[in-house]
Design a protein around this ligand. Structure first.
Ligand SMILES: [Fe+2]
Ligand SMILES: [Fe+2]
Length: 411
């Protein structure tokens, strides 16, 4: 499998042809799905401050957030003690959360919060203190939300920075990364330069969740810089590359597909697959308005491997996708291919969003299940309302109109 290789430059001629022939699908619909929780209200977004705080080399970045808790991560030049001071928006910062310290990395867990509410905070360490920044807790499971998906930000922070700036203009409530945040996860500086510096403009204000790509190399830094909810698999410390969360109307299952592909677990029978099945059937998933899954590797791709590589990952194509269908999931997101590809299989929408910054791939082959392929740097914005899940793909260098839209509907 040709993982970890630099990608060739975009084949401009092919891109031009495909840009003309790609389908800009509007108003497609998927099978209707069921939900036990009443969804109500309209989609609302926050006004996100422009301020980018550079007090610390990394962060503060808002990580795993629920209706009553959040974790904020940052990194200092030197190891010190650290804390977050916080309070309701506009009120005095009267509460303090001491940070757990791992070398120069700080993670502070804030609790006792109220759902769907904004809070002000400041991060402190080494006699330094950030400006006042603001996050919001997760709204109730009945509330529509807007979120963003981006993947493969590796190698070109100047491009991913533009993508995050464009994304910020839409004020998503949270960000989901499809993996390959950095080119080599074992190199510490890349975490600062290739993901957290471009992300900071948005990560100060909205939660960021990540997926394990192959370029993270299962490095300890992935775990040190994230705070994914503990899943109880792969032992201690919490190797949180498999996790799930609920945020408003959305249930997200996050899968470390490297473990399927690299043989750390077989996908037929293992603790991991037992855990996945339980997540898919869980009350949180089945009660959600929208059931979504994400893993770095796709089921199929028209553009992978310099055209002599694999076109399908059987663990995803033949095992996970049918399982998602069985549990009424609506969409599976992936990265890995540095392009945008949209299709469907087993009644589940299949989106590759791997155009966050890495060198773009080019077209190799026709895959029957793929309807749209575009070779652009991009991100996907998702509006998860009561009636529909609208996915729009944006090229940050465009004028602001999405280059692809698909609407998944419910009863
Ligand atoms: Fe990648
Ligand atoms: Fe990858």
């Amino acid at each position: 499998m040709p993982m970890g290789l630099l990608r060739p430059a975009t084949a401009l001629a092919l891109t031009a042809i495909l840009a003309l022939t790609a389908i800009l699908a509007l108003g497609c619909s998927d099978d209707s799905k069921k939900s036990a929780v009443t969804c109500e209200g309209d989609l609302t977004t926050r006004t996100l401050p422009e301020l980018i705080d550079t007090t610390f080399p990394i962060g503060p970045i808002v990580l795993h957030t629920t209706g009553t808790t959040t974790t904020i991560m940052w990194e200092s030049e030197d190891p010190c003690t650290g804390e977050i001071v916080y309070g309701a928006k506009g009120a005095p910062l009267s509460r303090t959360a001491a940070a757990a310290i791992n070398g120069r990395i700080y993670k502070a867990a804030l609790d006792g919060l109220k759902p769907g509410v904004e809070y002000d905070y400041r991060a402190r360490a080494c006699d330094l203190e950030t400006a006042t920044l603001t996050f919001a807790t997760a709204p109730a499971p009945t509330a529509p939300v807007r979120f963003a998906v981006i993947g493969d930000t590796q190698s070109h922070p100047e491009i991913s920075s533009t993508a995050f700036a464009s994304m910020k203009g839409h004020a998503p409530a949270f960000i989901m990364h499809a993996g390959d945040e950095v080119e080599d996860g074992t190199i510490r500086d890349q975490w600062r330069d290739e993901i957290f510096t471009p992300l900071r403009q948005l990560g100060h204000y909205v939660p960021y969740w990540s997926t394990m790509g192959n370029h993270e190399n299962n490095a300890q830094f992935y775990y040190d810089y994230s705070d994914n909810p503990y899943t109880g698999i792969f032992g201690e410390p919490a190797r949180g590359a498999f996790y799930s969360f609920t945020f408003g109307t959305v249930f997200f299952l996050v899968v470390d597909t490297n473990n399927f592909l690299l043989g750390l677990a077989t996908y037929e029978e293992s603790d991991v697959t037992d855990w996945i099945r339980k997540q898919l059937a869980s009350e949180a998933a089945q009660n959600a308005t929208w059931r979504l899954a994400i893993g770095h590797h796709w089921a199929f791709s028209e553009s992978w491997g310099h055209c002599d590589g694999i076109a399908r990952f059987s663990a995803i194509d033949e095992w996970l996708m049918p399982l998602l269908e069985e549990h009424d999931f609506h969409a599976y997101f992936a990265g890995h291919t540095h392009a945008y590809e949209r299709g469907s299989a087993h009644g589940v929408t299949h989106i590759i969003s791997g155009g966050g910054g890495g060198d773009l791939d080019h077209w190799c082959r026709d895959i029957q299940e793929v309807e749209v392929t575009q070779y652009r740097h991009h991100y996907v914005l998702a509006d998860a309302t009561c009636d529909s899940l609208t996915l729009r793909a944006f090229d940050p260098t465009d004028s602001g109109e999405p280059f692809d839209t698909v609407v998944i509907t419910r009863d």
